[in-house]
Ligand binder design. Structure first.
Ligand SMILES: Cc1cc2nc3c(=O)[nH]c(=O)nc-3n(C[C@H](O)[C@H](O)[C@H](O)COP(=O)(O)O)c2cc1C
Ligand code: SF4
Length: 668
């Protein structure tokens, strides 16, 4: 496809964003950079075709500069999932990667990012090193304090590996001195208690970074871009706050070593979630702070990062002089063609990042990057993808207007099928729409907003507020049926089912649908039985906290949000604590509960001990979801070609529901 990016800023709807930028002796064709994102696409230390696609797609989609994920550049072996540069005889994969990115007139930058003692998983690591023998704040990994020789050896290795990547065609390198990585550990007085020339005074703590940058500049020459991610506020006691960050920026930028700087927040600690601000906070939460830090940067170009989702946000911050370019992470995971679409004034076509952080969760678990709102991450056909039209158009009936049904419907229609979608609700989006109405969750609506707009353009016919029957479906004379009727929370077996049948107890979505938008308080205590663990349940709990005097979550496992990645768990738990929501762990409802007396009894699953909560005005449950597909047998008599998608097949995440619908739309 022709990129059709405007060649000059004057032709662009976003003239600042699409003006060129000089970084050192190189020129970027616009002000969009892709930040380093660990992709999980490396295998056995080798660059894979999937990693090449992942980065090349974003170059093709309009990013003028891309910072690759961290590679193994030091003899101390990093995570197995890292591409290995140090000690690697054959660097062909890195060459192919650099070629694939430069084919789109983009620059590829490597990232030096060594963990030291840090780890984003709650697991202690052996063999870690750090400035001082102090435990990592998140994983409790205990490192040994590096000797002067080890520091020199590390610097030698990093410089050598960078030179090797330069020879492969990399245009520059970025040193990660934030995020709790090893350089951050040296700079922070909280993590560095050395008494030699690498510890103590500010200058000594900055020495490792200063020496590394100076050597890189010396060895790699003036054409090579050198950037650094400096710590913004890391949120730790006696460590680095915004004021310290300004001093660090001023010091670093007097050396003349850097072509750009960028600021990142949080650390590998209880502040991990600061570096991935989620949907519950404001957009662009760091733009103003970074703008302020720019004043301490001696004219070195500054990149702004952190939940910059819309081109207009980027344009405004650039026009306001708050940064020289934007470095986007999740925004470009969600849509590789964000730059291209912005340049072409197609903002409504962008699949926006909803700041759910599920991409992070998947990558940290060792999988390849995936996204709730981009079912094609890293595929060879990803950038500005539209399906090719089929020669054999069919009649396709989709039952269910949630995100899996909608995704299947728009893709099938865009392929040229005649698609009718039935939804029993007047509004499309299903459970995700309800999620979007909960406190702080509005952003998630971007998933179904995009699907609805695309489905309308593709000509999907909607039958809304209509519970589809077999005869409705038969009337469509379908060649294929997509059953996307979702799932239903299972009744908690410990309690008599009569409570449900008599309408005394309802599941969480039913309760939330009733209460969302209500402003008058109800009072009393709300109890949630939680075997779900998803963000939606806890967002629902915060809604209840605004209406009831007390909210208690009872869960049969060790904590709320048990299955969530640390970065998500931290922000979920923080919100629960802020709202004083109590969590009773290892417990389930007891049949001794007396709801007619407003008394809920919980029973510890380990010890059998019981406890009671009085004044219960509401009891609800979010449990495992069973497929809600009782139409299936009768539909088989209408058309044998039936696709079950999303929860109607197996309870799944929003990410999997969208993917499932997408694949079905492609195959139907
Ligand atoms: C899945 C994922 C992996 C990331 N991996 C890295 C990494 O390896 N190195 C790094 O410096 N930042 C990493 N980041 C942080 C991003 O570069 C970026 O700073 C962060 O996502 C905030 O920007 P955004 O709001 O545009 O996403 C990662 C972010 C995500 C979502
Ligand atoms: S998974 Fe969520 S946070 Fe990550 S890029 Fe996609 S929408 Fe954004």
């Amino acid at each position: 496809m022709e990129l059709n990016l405007p060649l000059d800023a004057a032709n662009s709807p976003y003239p600042q964003l699409f003006s060129s930028l000089t970084l050192g002796r190189r020129t970027l064709r616009n002000r969009i950079a892709f930040g380093s994102v660990f992709s999980g696409l490396v295998e056995r230390g080798e660059v894979t075709p999937a990693l090449i696609n992942f980065l090349a797609n974003r170059a093709k989609g309009g990013a003028a500069m891309l910072v690759a994920e961290p590679f193994g550049m030091w003899r101390l072996v990093g995570p197995a999932a890292q591409g290995r540069v140090y000690g690697q005889m054959n660097l062909d994969g890195f060459r192919r990667l650099a070629d694939a990115v430069s084919a789109h007139d983009s620059l590829l930058i490597a990232q030096i990012s060594e963990q030291g003692r840090g780890d984003v998983r709650a697991a202690r690591r052996g063999g870690a090193v750090a400035p001082s023998a102090l435990p990592d704040d998140l994983s409790w990994t205990m490192p040994h304090a590096m000797s002067i020789d080890e520091i020199r050896e590390m610097t030698d290795d990093l410089v050598l590996s960078t030179i090797r990547l330069q020879a492969c065609g990399f245009a520059g390198v970025e040193i990660s001195a934030g995020h709790g990585h090893i350089v951050h550990q040296f700079i922070s007085p909280w993590m560095n208690r050395r008494t030699d020339r690498y510890g103590g005074s500010f200058e000594n703590r900055m020495r490792l970074l200063d020496e590394l940058a100076a050597r890189l500049r010396r060895e790699c020459g003036p054409e090579f871009i050198i950037g650094v991610r400096l710590p913004g506020c890391d949120g730790l006691p006696d460590s680095i706050d915004w004021g310290d960050s300004a001093l660090i920026a001023r010091h670093a930028t007097t050396s003349g070593s850097y072509d750009y700087i960028n600021f990142v927040q949080g650390s590998q600690a209880w502040t991990l979630h600061h570096h991935l601000p989620d949907m519950h906070g404001p957009r662009g939460p760091y733009i103003d702070r970074i703008g302020w830090l720019k004043g301490f940067s001696n004219g070195v170009k500054v990149a702004s990062t952190g939940r910059i989702l819309e081109p207009v946000q980027a344009e405004t911050l650039l026009s306001d002089g708050k940064a020289d370019f934007v470095m986007l992470g999740r925004t470009l995971i969600a849509d590789a063609a964000w730059g291209m679409k912005s340049a072409q004034n197609r903002d409504a076509d962008i699949r926006k990042c909803v700041s759910c952080n599920n991409c992070w969760a998947v990558s940290i678990a060792g999988g390849p990057t995936q996204c709730d709102n981009n079912p094609r991450v890293g595929m060879s056909e990803e950038t500005d993808w539209r399906p090719s039209r089929t020669a054999a158009g069919k009649r396709v009936t989709v039952i269910g207007g949630g995100v899996s049904g909608l995704e299947a419907a728009w893709v099938a229609a865009a392929r040229g099928h005649e698609v009718t979608l039935f939804s029993n609700s007047a509004e499309l989006g299903g459970r995700v729409r309800l999620f979007s109405r909960l406190p702080g969750c509005e952003s998630i609506s971007s998933i179904f907003d995009y699907q609805i707009a695309t489905a309308q353009r593709a000509g999907v016919h909607f039958e809304l507020s209509h519970q589809a029957t077999a005869s409705d479906v038969a009337g469509c004379r379908p060649d294929a049926i997509v059953l996307a009727t979702g799932g239903l929370f299972c009744w908690p077996e410990q309690l008599p089912r009569s409570l449900y049948d008599e309408g005394l107890v309802a599941d969480m979505p039913t309760v939330l649908r009733d209460l969302v938008g209500r402003s008058s308080r109800i009072g009393g205590t709300a109890v949630i039985y939680d075997m779900d663990g998803t963000e939606m349940t806890y967002a629902g709990a915060t809604l209840l906290a605004d209406l009831f005097d007390r909210v208690v979550i009872v869960t049969p496992v060790e904590c709320a949000a048990r299955d969530q990645a640390t970065v998500k768990k931290q922000s979920i738990h923080r919100r629960l604590m802020e709202k004083n929501i109590e969590v009773i762990t290892w417990s389930e409802p007891s049949p001794d509960s007396r709801f007619e007396e407003a008394r809920f009894v919980h029973r510890n699953v380990m010890t059998g001990r019981q406890g009671a909560i009085e004044d219960v005005g509401l009891f609800t449950y979010a449990t495992a979801r069973a497929p809600h597909n009782e139409l299936l047998p009768v539909l088989r008599t209408v058309c044998p070609n039936i696709y079950l998608v999303g929860d109607a097949r197996n309870a799944c995440s929003t990410m999997n529901a969208v993917q499932d619908g997408h694949v079905t739309g492609c195959n139907v």
